[in-house]
Design a protein around this ligand. Structure first.
Ligand code: ZN
Length: 304
């Protein structure tokens, strides 16, 4: 087995990826309280909201309010998801409140059309403008490629195609590229092979794995990514988040499950597992339903 990293970086995406997929709109004050709880866990990267159209995603219509009100410790890098130039324009009115943006597209044409009504090339052209503008504003840019490991409409997505899109994002100004297993189709062998190729194809670029636990393979895929040298992951507290296709599918791997596994393996995150569990418990109370995370129900491993 290849050598595993000593430490990894984790971006918490629950306040965006999770909250946006809740059937009901969470009260702004509750969002702020939960994000601030996450800010006290040692997490150094938090995606707090998204500047998508409020009529399309009413769950995040309070992006401005959340961004302005939330108080996070200085070392926390705050990121927001930006769908297009209009979204960036809205976000830039609050330029001093965040450090990074995340722009996204899908690797497969059909998923991209279904998701944003554009071809992949049209999305790339738009993202280049958005990232160019964001870079000029001193913002760090992450490009996220959905359906990197498979598409619910098209099936197999060639790794070569994903890497071409990643390269275009890097040319457009991205320092980091996230690869999303949007509907949980990835398997560990595929992941290890993919990230091995990605490291060769994209030297000097931060490669981030964004796995969903749709079919229970999220953490197995994390291990495979670690073995391929990946040191950056995205996850969601409480396993919040889902995806409209396939209907009812569970979402991101849970931050507390991820941290628990990494710490048990001797890989540092700088994050307090108990504090993340407390934040997930608070989210559970706000939502009034049990969340999917394993460590939230079982508790941390205790060696007696
Ligand atoms: Zn996700």
């Amino acid at each position: 087995m290849s050598e595993l990293p000593e430490s990894v970086r984790i971006r918490e995406v629950g306040p965006r990826d999770g909250f946006q997929n809740e059937p009901e709109v969470i009260a702004t004050a509750d969002k702020i309280r939960l994000i601030e709880l996450l800010g006290r866990t040692g997490l150094r990267r938090i995606e707090v909201t998204s500047f998508v159209r409020p009529d399309v995603i009413p769950q995040l219509a309070d992006a401005e309010e959340v961004l302005e009100a939330v108080r996070l410790p200085d070392p926390v890098s705050v990121s927001v998801l930006i769908p297009n130039e209009r979204g960036l324009e809205r976000a830039l009115a609050h330029r001093d409140r965040f450090h990074e943006i995340n722009g996204f597209l899908s690797a497969s044409e059909t998923h991209n059309q279904a998701n944003v009504g554009r071809s992949v090339d049209e999305s790339l052209a738009g993202l280049r403008v958005t990232f160019g503008r964001a870079c000029a504003e001193g913002l760090r840019c992450e490009g996220v490629i959905s359906t990197s490991f498979g598409c619910p409409y098209e099936g197999h997505v060639p790794a070569q195609r994903v890497l071409e899109i990643a390269d275009a994002l890097v040319q457009g100004g991205c320092e980091e590229v996230g690869f999303g297993d949007t509907t949980g189709m990835a398997n560990p062998l595929q992941v290890r092979e993919f990230f091995g190729a990605a490291r060769d194809a994209l030297p000097g670029v931060e490669l981030t794995a964004h796995f969903h636990n749709t079919r229970g393979q999220g953490l197995a895929n994390v291990l495979a990514a670690l073995e391929a040298g990946v040191e950056s992951f995205e996850s969601s507290f409480g396993e919040l988040g889902g995806c409209p296709v396939p209907a009812g599918a569970t979402g991101n791997i849970a931050t507390e499950d991820l941290i628990s596994m990494l710490h048990e393996m001797g890989i540092q995150t700088g994050i307090d597992l108990g504090a993340v569990i407390a934040a997930s418990r608070a989210a559970q109370e706000v939502l009034g339903r049990p969340l999917g995370s394993h460590v939230l129900s079982a508790g941390p491993v205790v060696w007696r």
